[in-house]
Design a protein around this ligand. Sequence first.
Ligand code: FAD
Length: 392
Amino acid sequence: MPETYDVVIAGGAATGSSTAYHLAAEPAFQGRILVVERDLSFARCATTLSAGSIRQQFSTPINIEISLFGVAFIRGLPQTLAVDGEPAELPFHEGGYLFLASPAGAAQLRSNHALQSRLGADTLYLEPAALQERFPWLDCGGIAAGCWGRSGEGWFDGYTLLQAYRRKARSLGVRYREASVIGLELDGGRVVGVRLDDGERVACGAFVNASGASGAAIARLAGLEIPVVNRKRCVFTFDCREDLAGFPLLIDSNGVYVRPEGKGFICGTAPPPERDPDCEDFEVDHGLFEDIVWPSIAARVPAFEAIKPGRAWAGHYDVNLFDHNAIVGPAPEPANFYFANGFSGHGLQQSPAVGRGLSEVIAYGAYRSLDLSPLGFGRLAENRPLLERNVV
Ligand SMILES: Cc1cc2nc3c(=O)[nH]c(=O)nc-3n(C[C@H](O)[C@H](O)[C@H](O)COP(=O)(O)OP(=O)(O)OC[C@H]3O[C@@H](n4cnc5c(N)ncnc54)[C@H](O)[C@@H]3O)c2cc1C
């Protein structure tokens, strides 16, 4: 007889472990939960390799509301994810994001800011003079405006968040098993079994696809197609001699970002399309730093003209080519197959709300707190993109 679980989750990083924790903590759910994770060191998942940042500065209401909950969750995490009275730890550096806009982008920045403010985000729209006063190290050449997160935005360590979810989930009875999902058994329009690469099969009542860069391949095992591809994103570190106190996560109008990390900085950018193929490898594109990132940050922050470059790494974004937003929630068929895919570079900060939402939809058949249906699979079938304009 195969082992039987009410819910099997493929992928145990931020999304999978948040879902496992929220479901196990849900009073209306009394079932058994198994997380199948192919690499319990988590060395190559996006969660571990990410830039670990959270912002309210999105352009769609659903993404702003997801992040408002995300930051509240991070603030309350020590108590929420405490185990046996021992608080969880997740240092949160609330330095804010600073988005800069060229004259062509200023109107969009202003309308994003208006939406963010209406929804309760603490962001500040700044004209060049105010920008210069608040951030004296900034060269405002070619910049028409900026928007800064006065509170509720910042950075933390993704691996530490994942381990905090996981420790709490295990304390609530969630099982983790190191194996790869290689097949799904379907019967009567439902997923009834999950085949693993160790030769075993587990029976399941529901299946969650939280497998990051494997999201499209796992969906295909259930006969589902999602336009999600892997794109390499490189992160470069460096030290700077000057003390730039209060430096935020700065995103220039060309998309290049830089933020403090410990005593130094990290930076990166999305490569231009001709340099951004689908990828499986983790080789760092050092040319990107030389050709695009460093010239850009040195022009914007003259103190970065003399820096000491350090190590660099590459991770994979699971990019949803349809509209650069996550696909979350049940599939039309198999109806007990749940998506949590295509996060397109903002899945870490979305993991609290996505895990909570999936746990509600599995336990109650509907969202109860924040309605995540704008991110549902239905928008793809109906060709209704939910375009996010602030993609980093
Ligand atoms: C360089 C970089 C910077 C980023 N910066 C940010 C940021 O600042 N803020 C932010 O919010 N997001 C950021 N992201 C995106 C964010 O990291 C991801 O969206 C998020 O971590 C996704 O979490 P996940 O659990 O869905 O996927 P992952 O972390 O990729 O985890 C998927 C897991 O599934 C497992 N798996 C895969 N296939 C199988 C299988 N067949 N069977 C069993 N297990 C399987 C993998 O081993 C992995 O552990 C960044 C990503 C990168 C790469």
